[in-house]
Design a protein around this ligand. Structure first.
Ligand code: ADP
Ligand code: MG
Length: 447
């Protein structure tokens, strides 16, 4: 088995496990074996012809999406069955071969289907941004180019960006849509620069698209080579009337340390901000989110929740998920009391005496893993989950800046910590995850 293939596959499994129901995951996904990276493709072996067909028919889009999130070097996956193994094993590849530039059309798979216009609630706080986003989705590259959306954390910037992508994908199926974050962009660039100074394939990858969307562009601040690359990519796409969309937590003027030429370009098109939603909109958002989970929650309970959390929709959603979970565990309808209980669960934050070390220790105990592994770089599955949970609990219980948490975890970037936190937050509707988080917290208190 090729080591690189194994590494990539292990990381993909972590993602796939959260997206596929556990039974299907065990039967159809976990049984696949990574054989090799071949011609830019990841080759997976299914134990039988049946397994191959099922995996191909039912899970290929998810598998491809996972691959895309884990690495950008390989954009395709092929599933073979055991008897076809021979074809590939004689040509076992090393990583060097794969490192040749592989120019493949980016697939729009990293777009999150969950985020569309239909389930985005429009209110005063975001109506301008939504109108601009819709205009861009209707006629990409024609008006509002670039579209620059900015606003505070958890207010729906990423959601809107994916909504644009999803909408363009259905109205212009042939369009190549590239969705990236500035963190991913930076990481890829660093990898390419390390290998090949001209980075031709890197350039082609980003410049052969019809729509380029970069999430959280503020993180390019102070990174000159990334800015340079974005600058050229911007010019090329803009000149050929390709649509550009950026999001940021602040307006172009507020991003420190960026190239002036780039800043003015961000302002060339349309800049729209998203403000925190008013009470009415918050209630509407909660109602929509509950409906999406097929849950009916009475108006007074929704209103109570909306009063409790005012500025961050992500947190509001976290509370809703917790309330739903509590109501399932207690076999009770969501009520104001349940909401209070769920909120109490958060308030450990202010107790103050807990420090990062306590949380690291507690996680190690709960999962029976070693501290060096937890804080280190290993990416095998048995260590990735505890690490993610540990990071999430830290962001919940401590008032530490993300950068400080990154430092604890072997100097990881604060954007990585943010990404992990958000990812776990999105999984709070899974009892398994909530239980893991609670176990760690309980262990912290036991110390
Ligand atoms: P940001 O990128 O601004 O930090 P996200 O786009 O990740 O925020 O949004 C956080 C969560 O809140 C997502 O689950 C998103 O669906 C939800 N959300 C934010 N605003 C709205 C809205 N107006 N309607 C529906 N959901 C929303
Ligand atoms: Mg975001």
């Amino acid at each position: 088995m090729n080591n690189e293939a194994k590494k990539v596959w292990e990381e993909m499994l972590v993602l796939l496990e959260t997206e596929i129901n556990i039974l299907s995951y065990d039967v159809w996904i976990k049984t696949l074996e990574p054989l090799a990276l071949h011609d830019g493709k990841l080759i997976l072996v299914a134990p039988s012809e049946w397994g191959k067909n099922e995996a191909n028919a039912r899970f290929m889009p998810l598998i491809k999406a996972a691959l895309q999130r884990v690495t950008s070097l390989f954009t395709s996956v092929e599933i073979i069955c055991d008897s076809e193994r021979e074809k590939f094993s004689s040509r076992e590849e090393t990583y060097e071969i794969v490192e040749e530039p592989i120019v493949t059309a980016p697939e729009p798979l990293s777009i999150n289907l969950k985020y569309n216009f239909e389930n985005f609630v429009v209110g005063k706080s975001n109506q301008l941004a939504v109108a601009a986003a819709r205009a861009v989705a209707e006629e990409p590259g024609v008006r509002y180019n670039p579209l620059f959306i900015y606003g505070g954390a958890g207010l729906g910037k990423t959601h809107l960006m994916h909504a644009i992508g999803n909408s363009i994908r259905s109205s212009h199926p042939k369009y190549k849509i590239m969705f990236t974050s500035s963190e991913k962009f930076v990481n890829e660039l660093v990898r390419y620069i390390g290998r090949d100074k001209d980075g031709p394939s890197f350039r082609d990858k980003y410049r052969n698209v019809d729509v380029l969307m970069v999430d959280d562009i503020q993180f390019i601040s102070g990174k000159p080579s990334t800015m340079e690359e974005i600058f050229h990519t911007f010019n090329e796409l803009y000149d050929s009337n390709k649509q550009l969309v950026f999001t940021s937590d602040r307006p172009p003027k507020g991003i420190p340390d960026i190239d002036e030429r780039l800043r003015t370009r961000f302002e060339w098109g349309f800049t729209a901000d998203i403000q925190p939603p008013d009470l009415e909109t918050r209630i509407a958002i909660l109602r929509k989110k509950a409906q999406l989970q097929k849950y009916n929650i009475s108006m007074d309970v929704l209103a109570f929740m909306a009063e409790c959390i005012s500025s961050n929709v992500r947190e509001m959603e976290g509370l809703l998920n917790k309330v739903i979970l509590f109501s399932q565990l207690n076999h009770a309808q969501p009520s104001i009391d349940l909401v209070k209980e769920a909120i109490n669960d958060y308030s450990a934050k202010s107790e103050g005496e807990i420090n990062a070390d306590d949380i690291v220790d507690a996680t190690c105990k709960c999962y029976n893993v070693r501290r060096e592994d937890l804080l280190g770089k290993r990416k095998s599955k048995d260590i990735v989950e505890p690490r993610q949970i540990c990071i999430y609990v830290m962001t919940e219980m401590l008032d530490l800046p993300l950068k400080a948490i990154g430092d604890i975890f072997g100097g990881r970037d604060h954007t990585t910590i943010m990404y992990t936190r958000d990812k776990v937050a999105q999984m709070l509707n899974q009892p398994k995850i909530v239980e893991a988080i609670n176990n760690v917290k309980n262990m912290v208190y036991k110390k």
